[in-house]
Design a protein around this ligand. Structure first.
Ligand code: TXE
Length: 475
């Protein structure tokens, strides 16, 4: 496949200088370099910020309906170009093509449609006593995104920002930038005015830090690791920027004694292994009543054995490689540490998966541990690979205590045939999201975390409000 959009996108122009440094983009299934993208620096960020500032005056003056209509066109084009987007995500991330079509390329269409719908329903002017309260766009937004959902995560930031009337400087992940650049091209084709969205390629130290420190940027929205999130918040404090952080997670899946155990375990394993375990809200800790532990272990091991790592381009593949050699090393180290810490391995392990046809890429075995100590590294650290930890609990209070025994607070799940009981347990879990009995991701609902999972929300009304400020006008 030829990737045409590999330059920076600034003020509506695709720019690449002669002899500019390049970043190689690998196909993680093979390790082969499939494209190179221009590597930017602070000069590119300066130009992108200038373009975004200039465009802001005009874009923020567009009517709400005008902006919503433009987003409708973006959604239509994203829908038309789904196959191209899916193929690109499969190539740069290693996501199985079925998942790329059904999730990576499909979810952004819903994200954009829901944002347009929410925008139309919002009140930008309300009255309280002698005041008129106006909601106004904060200005230029810097968006820094990771590689694991390379289109959805970009869309979750830039579309609500643009909907709010802001303009954007985006730095996509250097590991998977191709689908973000394709998205920028699609938005340009949909008629987004020049300078409203600008994309600068590059790594965190050259381009990410230039965005976070730039005095011409008013707000930064970051998704990535906990440690980088902390660095971003610190650096942003020097210019007192508004910051949204969507960081890691170690989410608990509480299976209550009255749940349909087979379904809960199977869906729980599938959730943990989704996207090769590279999801911030993955349910990586499965909490099971002590007396049901051996049955749950059997079901989990049998389910895991059906996840055979394969070529992501093959329609039958359910689990592909990890994104990079570094990520594979991190995951193998975590599995080895789990073994040393005394957890019981019931599926997978640290060795490379078998399979003669398996491409030579960054594969690991889908792995399940049981009898995991809730305080051990396996249960506390975000692994970001297909590694599930099963933990036994005594009663509901114990389950809630284990679930909350985490420095993260992103996702969670509860399974019970009694939905009211499950919801009561969900209220006691200190996280931004909880899914009951496999409840589906909702692109109209606010998404984000508490504790070390970050602050601020993406999507829904709250996602747009991240990029608005209130102005009270007294009459
Ligand atoms: O993340 P980074 P990485 C977690 C996951 C994974 C680990 C490392 O546990 O194993 O993070 O992944 C840019 N200033 N998550 O190294 O470094 C960087 O270029 C500004 C969870 O990919 O946080 C990229 O665009 N920007 C997560 C983005 O930040 C900087 C998703 C994320 O990179 C920067 C991904 C800096 N100083 C990883 N340094 C989730 N919450 O879903 C780097 N960047």
């Amino acid at each position: 496949m030829h990737y045409q959009w590999t330059a920076h996108f600034i003020a509506g122009e695709w720019e690449q200088e002669e002899g500019e440094q390049q970043i190689p983009v690998e196909n993680p299934a093979t390790g082969e370099v499939i494209a190179t993208v221009a590597a930017g620096d602070e000069k590119h960020v300066d130009r992108a910020v200038a373009a975004a500032r200039e465009a802001f005056t005009r874009w923020s003056a567009w009517t709400v309906e005008g902006r919503a209509l433009l987003l409708d066109r973006v959604a239509d084009l994203l829908e038309e170009r789904r196959e191209e987007i899916a193929q690109t995500v499969t190539a740069e991330l290693g996501a199985p093509i079925k998942l790329a079509r059904g999730l990576h390329a499909a979810l952004p269409v819903s994200d954009v449609r829901e944002t347009a719908r929410t925008l139309r329903a919002m009140e930008f002017e309300t009255e309280v006593a002698n005041s008129r309260v106006l909601l106004s766009p904060v200005g230029v937004v810097g968006a820094i995104t990771p590689w694991n959902y390379p289109v959805h995560q970009v869309v979750s930031k830039i579309v609500p920002a643009i909907a709010a009337g802001c303009t954007v400087v985006l730095k996509p992940s250097e590991l998977a930038p191709l689908s973000a650049l394709l998205l920028a091209r699609i938005m340009q084709e949909a008629g987004l005015p020049d300078g409203v969205l600008n994309v600068v390629n590059g790594d965190g130290s050259a381009v990410g830090q230039a965005i976070v420190g730039h005095p011409g940027i008013d707000a930064v929205s970051f998704t990535g690791s906990e440690s980088t999130g902390r660095a971003v918040a610190q650096q942003a404090s020097r210019t007192l920027k508004r910051v949204t952080l969507e960081l890691g997670g170690k989410s608990a899946n509480i299976i209550l004694p009255d749940a349909d155990l087979a379904t809960a375990v199977k869906v729980g394993v599938a959730n943990c292994f989704l996207n090769s375990g590279q999801s911030c809200n993955a349910l990586t800790r499965m909490l099971v009543p002590h007396e049901m532990l051996s049955e749950a272990e059997e079901i989990a091991a049998a389910t895991a054995s059906r996840y055979l790592p394969g070529d992501p381009a093959d329609e039958r593949t359910r689990i592909g490689p990890l994104v990079s050699a570094q990520q594979r090393e991190n995951v193998i180290t975590a599995i080895e540490r789990g073994l040393l810490d005394g957890a019981k391995l019931i599926a997978g392990g640290p060795r490379r998966p078998a399979g003669e046809d398996l491409p030579d890429g960054y594969y690991v075995q889908p792995t399940v541990f049981t009898q995991v100590d809730p305080d051990s590294a396996l249960a506390q650290e975000e692994i970001f690979g297909p590694v599930l930890s099963i933990i036994g609990y005594a009663d509901e209070d114990d389950a809630v205590a284990i679930a909350n025994n985490s420095r993260f607070g992103l996702g969670g799940a509860v399974w019970s045939t009694d939905v009211a009981r499950a919801c009561a347990v969900a209220r006691r879990i200190h996280t931004g999201q909880v899914d009951i009995n496999g409840g589906a991701f909702n692109p109209a609902a606010p998404f984000g975390g508490v504790k070390n999972s970050g602050y601020g929300r993406e999507l829904g009304r709250a996602g747009i409000e991240e990029f608005l400020y209130q102005q009270s006008v007294q009459l």
